[in-house]
Design a protein around this ligand. Structure first.
Ligand code: NAD
Length: 363
């Protein structure tokens, strides 16, 4: 099982190092190979996604990714900015399904901006279509308006579009994921206003006929945004398009309190995947050894489950994370009075100790 390890920039190197340590103690036949990506790759090789890194990712069963981006690269032309590496990997690997679980661990309910009773036990999965929609639809651009409210004025435009196969494959992914969980899918659309999303709704309904054991509900995106903060526990799996998914998955991530706890996976049709924390490179805390590595460690667990078919190993990692939280270990982003504040490395140590069955000692 080959894993391309791409730590990237900022805290990426610190948190990926801990996830790699966790993978190494599982005693699985894993082959890990590291390569630069993002700003680090631009600095070393002149491109955020060098050919050698892309080749490594394409040949691997899975990619473990840290984060990319640094303010010092913000003045580079767009095609050379670190963030282009993620878009390039998504495109070249055909990663069309983005999985973003939002789980609220019992010990961290205080970190949520919602009342504890609304989020305690929260476990939802947002599946976002990642390669279509208005983000990639052509044509797009700027021009002089020939009609509309201000003919003759300068205007910009994008194109929202989804083809039947694009909707069908993401719908299958959602129904299959729901089968492993609470057996309920909420398909989020804006069918009342947008042609594209009336089509989305129709196709999802058709695919649903193949999954009689899974319940399907349709919800408009504005209502979904509201329900996520009103009664988030009523959701199980949410499936939606690229733009709505972008917004709703960030909203859902905040329900859990800390972005440092949230893993993500992006999969292609062959179950090859890119696994990364939901957060960015956090340049404000990079190099201080205080970043929370748990989102990356949990991303590695998702990798074991979805791309490497090692569900037992995935369970071991996830149970170890639960155990360290129960034992009171907290990085500063999730720390509260009465718990034990640790840095990135100590948190990694604690997870490794929990996996190997050693007593978790507070240093
Ligand atoms: P960010 O997610 O990097 O940071 C937002 C806030 O959360 C910061 O205060 C940061 O310190 C904190 N934070 C993030 N991860 C944390 C962790 N593991 N532990 C503790 N605290 C954590 O978002 P940003 O500041 O908007 O962006 C910083 C850079 O990251 C930018 O260059 C941006 O483009 C890039 N970015 C990359 C990705 C990615 O690689 N997938 C995603 C988002 C942003």
């Amino acid at each position: 099982m080959k894993i391309a390890v791409l730590p990237g920039d900022g805290i990426g190197t610190e948190i990926v190092a801990e996830a790699v340590r966790v993978l190494n103690v599982l005693e699985l036949p894993l082959e890990l190979e590291q390569a630069p990506v993002g700003g680090a790759a631009y600095a070393a090789l002149g491109h955020p996604l060098p050919e050698s890194t892309l080749k490594l990712a394409q040949a691997a069963d899975a990619v473990l990714f840290g984060a990319v981006g640094d303010w010092k690269y913000d003045t580079l032309e767009r095609s050379l900015r670190p963030e282009q590496a993620i878009l390039g990997l998504r495109k070249h690997l055909g990663l069309f399904a983005n999985f973003r679980p939002a789980i609220c661990y019992p010990q961290l309910t205080h970190a949520s901006s919602l009342k504890p009773e609304l989020v305690a036990g929260l476990d939802i999965l947002i599946i976002r279509e990642l390669t279509g929609d208005i983000y990639f639809g052509q044509p797009r651009g700027r021009r002089t308006a020939v009609d509309g409210h201000f003919p003759g004025a300068e205007e910009a435009f994008d194109t929202m579009r989804y083809s039947r196969p694009e909707i069908e494959r993401i719908a299958h992914v959602a129904f299959q994921a729901a089968r492993q969980r609470g057996k309920k899918v909420t398909s989020v659309d804006k069918a009342n206003v947008l042609e594209t999303f009336q089509f989305w709704k129709d196709v999802v309904t058709e695919v649903h006929a193949q999954y009689p054991d899974v319940a399907l509900e349709h919800m408009y995106v504005d209502n979904a945004a509201m329900q996520l903060v009103k009664a988030p526990k009523k959701f199980d799996v949410i499936v939606t398009g690229n733009m709505f998914g972008d917004i709703l998955s960030d909203e859902a991530s905040m329900l859990t309190g800390s972005i440092g706890m949230l893993p993500s996976a992006s999969l292609n049709a062959k179950n090859q995947g890119l696994y990364e924390p939901s957060h960015g490179s956090a340049p404000d805390i990079a190099g201080q050894g205080i970043a929370n590595p748990l989102a990356t460690i949990l991303s590695a667990a998702m990798m074991l489950r979805f791309s490497l078919q090692q569900p037992e190993a995935a369970d071991r990692v996830e149970n170890a994370v639960r155990a360290v939280l129960a034992a009171g270990y907290r990085t500063p982003d999730i720390w509260s009075e009465g718990t034990h504040k640790v840095g990135t490395r100590e948190m990694g140590d604690a997870v490794v100790a929990a996996i190997t069955g050693k007593t978790i000692t507070k240093s």
